[in-house]
Write a protein that binds this ligand. Structure first.
Ligand code: C2E
Ligand code: MG
Ligand code: MG
Length: 662
């Protein structure tokens, strides 16, 4: 613009000078008093003057033309300037122009909006002043590079807001070009990406942390174990352990108080755990990380989901250190929690896996700690267990069993076998107990091998639902083929898992209705420990079952050490004396006495008694003497399939008829 103006001044100055000069010439030449010239010369002069006047005219026309051109250029430049101003002043991005020494030449008004500084304030400061000290060097290098190449790379750096907070900017610098190439001046376009950065960081955080407790999740925990594993492989003295913590009975708490309260408890537990591992650095370091590492930082606690927490204990001496921490955790957890005004007492089962050269990946360590935790649970909960190889073998076996069990249900490999229950008064089959068998390609498997696992994985529920229907169908057909008074009965076993099912009674009611059996002919066997465990709760479930019209038996009676007076308060019909007493009834007077008392007491309460595991004639004779009304055992028949029972029923009835007839 300035150049255009100078050019114009020159043009006008030149035009005026030439015009004035020529005009003066013309005037002096044509002045009438001028007689210096001859007549002929006067004529030539006229021509000259005419010629000069034409030149002046042409020159002036040219000058006016140039002036118009320059005005057009000026207009265009003004328009461009306005456009630049509109763009820069309205852009959300902050635009700056700086010179070679970093002095600010221009700052768009977006600086005020984004960083709180007015262009005037910025003019008083250098361009690096507000940049984070850690980023300054990078920014200066990028500016130098942009001056050399013409365009710099995309750069992220932090700049201080007027309020003192840091904003993250993304910027690109471009060198201003002229005819000779890039100049030393840079145009920098900065974009505020603080929010985007924050969102990205929060996404990254969420991907690696548990939303409820904000503790690291499985992915992050495994990554940390991976690092520890790599460190232990590099330094033989570096040892670490993984603790797997699972709360005992958390499900019960969650189901009874609700999930919101469950969440509150989990958060409180995570805090307790954090405190438990904080400050456990009282163990002398022996490893190569001595003095450099913390024994267990808060960062090494993770929540894998549900009520499962894990801890990575780093740089420990031996497994004893890990056990000490586990015990400390148990101690801390034993202090009651207060959730919704209620005192909650909880315990945890803890599994420990200690690092070993054989571990190839972090998943294996966590898995082994979990296996050890399961062992702790099975051994009575509220304790800790250290993983060993025998556990691994067992765990693999069990895993296979679980998979096979699930498949067996789909393939229909479960069979129902029956064992007769015989009346000792008449010698007639009074009923049957339905017992599950697993028909595998390699042979039949007894329930002792799989019922407990089926129970743990919840498979027992669909399994026994099937069994109940099949047993009821057989009962109906046997009852119609062999009518008797009282009619034949069918006993089925109820496990603790089923007993805890809220819809147990309605499920059984449905099966009875569908198969059309008389509920009074169905006996539900519940082991003593469950039936008489929690008096209030079990009494409630038993009453609901009783309301279906079925009969209830206490199975394996005598093994649960429950108070006999309790029997009075629960609605049972039959006691099944555990076979352990029957097997020694002949040899051990004490057993005999126990059986005698149980029978007497049962009769006093109006209950019937079934003796389980009767194997010999002596057993039968003694039981008859003791006035026991029913017996079940190998003496009469081993459990067998329905066809075998049909044959047995036929021969039993014929034999009975013959004996009555004879
Ligand atoms: P239980 O209910 O006490 O069943 C009686 C067990 O004693 C059966 O073992 C039976 O075969 C065995 N037994 C019967 N007579 C004699 C005898 O004279 N001598 C000896 N030594 N044993 C005898 P089984 O079939 O192996 O069942 C074991 C346990 O598994 C059962 O004990 C029951 O608690 C459970 N069970 C079996 N089938 C099922 C089922 O379908 N569902 C549920 N929930 N539990 C089942
Ligand atoms: Mg039973
Ligand atoms: Mg039994």
């Amino acid at each position: 613009m300035q150049q255009v103006e100078i050019r114009e001044w020159w043009l006008w100055g030149f035009a005026v000078t030439v015009t004035l000069g020529l005009t003066a010439g013309i005037v002096s030449l044509t002045f009438p008093g001028n007689h210096l010239l001859q007549n002929s010369e006067w004529l030539d002069l006229k021509e000259w003057v005419r010629g000069l006047a034409c030149l002046v005219l042409l020159f002036d026309i040219y000058t006016v033309y140039q002036h118009l051109q320059l005005q057009r250029i000026r207009r265009e430049l003004t328009e461009r300037n306005q456009l630049f101003e509109i763009i820069t002043e309205n852009a959300a991005d902050m635009i700056a122009v700086i010179d070679s020494s970093g002095n600010r030449l221009y700052n768009s008004s977006a600086y005020l909006k984004v960083l709180g500084y007015s262009p005037e304030e910025l003019k008083l400061s250098s361009s690096v002043e507000q940049i984070h000290p850690e980023d300054q060097q990078r920014v200066l290098e990028a500016a130098d590079k942009a001056r050399i190449t013409g365009r710099g790379e995309r750069l992220e750096y932090r700049m201080r807001h007027k309020d003192g907070t840091w904003r993250v900017l993304e910027s690109v610098a471009t060198a201003i070009q002229n005819e000779e190439g890039p100049t030393e001046r840079l145009v920098i376009v900065n974009r505020d990406i603080t929010e985007r950065k924050r969102a990205e960081e929060s996404l990254a955080h969420n991907a690696l942390h548990d939303a409820l407790t904000n503790l690291p999740n499985r992915t992050l925990f495994l990554d940390r174990v991976r690092h520890a594993l790599a460190l232990s492989q590099r330094h033989t003295g570096y040892k670490f352990a993984v603790l797997f913590i699972d709360l005992d009975e958390f499900k019960v708490f969650n189901d009874s108080l609700g999930h919101a309260a469950g969440d509150v408890l989990l958060v409180q537990i995570s805090r307790r755990l954090t405190i438990s591992i904080r400050g456990v650095d009282t163990i002398a370091r022996s490893g190569p990380m001595q003095g450099t590492n913390t024994f267990a930082s808060e960062e090494s606690l993770a929540r894998l989901g549900g009520d499962e927490f894990t801890i990575l204990l780093e740089d420990i001496r031996d497994c004893g250190d890990a056990i000490r921490v586990a015990e400390r955790i148990q101690e801390r957890l034993s202090i009651p929690f207060v959730v919704e005004g209620q005192n909650i007492v909880t315990t945890a089962s803890i599994g420990i896996a200690f690092c070993a050269a054989s571990y190839a990946n972090s998943e294996d360590l966590v898995r082994d700690a979990e296996i050890a935790m399961y062992r702790a649970k099975r051994e009575g909960k509220a304790r800790c267990q250290v993983f060993d190889n025998a556990m691994h073998t067992l765990a693999v076996k069990r895993l296979r069993l679980e998979t096979d069990l699930r498949r067996a249900l789909e393939l229909g490999e479960f069979r129902v076998h029956y064992q007769p229950i015989v009346s000792l008064h008449t010698g007639m089959i009074a009923g049957f107990e339905a017992l599950t068998r697993w028909q595998r390609p390699e042979g039949i498997l007894a329930p002792i091998e799989f019922i407990a696992v089926a129970e743990e994985i919840g498979l027992i529920i669909p399994m026994n639902r099937q069994l109940l229907r099949e047993a009821c169908q057989h009962l109906r057909s046997w009852q119609s083929e062999f009518p008797s008074c009282p009619p034949l009965t069918m006993s089925v076993n109820i496990t603790s898992r089923e007993f805890a099912q809220p819809d147990l009674a309605s499920e059984i009611g449905k099966a009875l209705e569908e198969t059309g059996v008389d509920p009074g002919c169905v006996q539900l066997e519940i082991v003593e420990r469950i039936a008489m465990g929690d008096a209030e709760k079990s009494g409630h479930v038993l009453s609901r079952l009783k309301a279906l019209g079925v009969r209830l038996s206490i199975d394996d009676f005598g093994t649960g050490y429950s108070s006999l007076s309790r029997l009075r308060r629960i609605p049972v019909d039959t006691l099944k004396i555990d076979r352990a007493f029957i097997s020694s009834i002949n040899s051990d007077p004490e057993s005999r006495e126990i059986v005698r008392i149980i029978i007497m007491l049962a009769h006093n309460l109006g209950l019937k008694v079934v003796a389980e595991g009767t194997e010999t004639q002596e057993h039968i004779n003694l039981l008859k003497q003791l006035n026991c009304e029913m017996a079940q055992g190998y003496f009469f028949s081993r459990p067998a399939d329905d066809q075998a029972m049909l044959r047995l029923l036929a021969s039993n009835r014929i034999a009975r008829a013959a004996s009555v007839g004879g």
